[in-house]
Write a protein that binds this ligand. Sequence first.
Ligand code: URA
Length: 445
Amino acid sequence: MLDVIETITAKRDGRALSDTAIRSLISAYARGLVPDYQMSAFLMAAFLKGLSTRETTALTDCMLQSGIVLDFSGISGAKVDKHSTGGVGDKISLVLAPMAAACQVRVPMISGRALGHTGGTLDKLESIPGFSTDVDLARMRQQLGDLGVVMLGQTEEIAPADGLLYALRDVTATVDFIPFITASIMSKKLAEGLDGLVLDVKTGRGAFMKTRAAARDLAEMLVLLGEKFGVSTVAWLTNMDTPLGFKIGNWLEVEESIDCLTGCGPADVVSLSVQLCGEMLVLAKRADTVKQGKEIAQESIDSGRAFESLLNLVAAQGGDVSVIEHPSKRKRTVEPEPVCAPDHARGFVSDLDAFQLGLAATEMGTGRFTKEDEVDPEAGIVLHKRPGDAVIPNEELATFYTRKRALREQFAQTIRNAYSFKAKAPAAGNILIDRLSAEGWTHRS
Ligand code: URA
């Protein structure tokens, strides 16, 4: 018999919960048998008193078991996915999923929407006219077999307990807690029936994990859980102090992803995509080393196969292929607004604050403040200057797009304030920080 009050009391008093207590609570909540006020009390007690690795494992398992676990064993080849903990200008999934499929990895990618100041892969994909991310499981299976890649949103069949708990965490100040984040991410990813998983754990101003220590703790918990559930898992800690690439916004990021897949993308986005693809190829046993995997990934861009894979993906999910072939064909209905460098901007851009830019872009319409908000596919920011670039007063730093014309001055000021300038060029930073696999950490910087 489930005694909800006893479970809440035990956690409130800092006692460890048995697997059975956690399982009973979560499965009863998923079936509507525990009211939100009791679950909220439990969430806050766990947030304040902590959950051990064993408790986090039990929580992940029952969130996973609240829905179906996909079985793609009837489809030949290894199934490997990538998950990012969220950033600004993070269009890596749009580049990586078709690229990995072009390298013979099967990618059943279930993604999310914009969250806080960070963008969402589903919103980006839906900025392609006609593209549907609402794919049922039969079609998911069919497309994974035919094309090797399918990109969709979470369905009600996959980890439904996470959907319910996430909504409650969102309104009870219990989102940013590593055991909950781990259980939330891994319950969805483990449901994909994967052989391997690559995690991009972002750290820095524009990430949810602001400090390296917190990002490392999250990476360790994610990799531990992946391995415990039999999925080979690798995590990279990557820098999210400044945005990835030059473009922030839904369609803008699709444009930049097309650039990456046609060989003219920004170096940081291309190199991170190629690195993560190299990791996916090793997990899929398509390469012996990450170095070899990266060479295969780069070759898929050079040969045009990665771009062709994107075209096939867009066509299969109802998108307008002509705007992928010719991005300028997509009609623009929002006027560009320039942002110029201030008078003291002499020398070089020394820093660029991803968090401020992410917040500004969200307000412009790239993301949501309430669940009901509609995202604007055209809204966003194009950076013309990034850290290390030379600059003089009045030179154009960025262009932005928004329908909120009354806020134009405020947006221009926020973007200007996100920039710092110095007389000397800053040292070039590295996006890749540290790598974690079942064998432990490898340090890059
Ligand atoms: N992404 C998720 O899916 N869940 C979290 O809790 C945080 C980020």
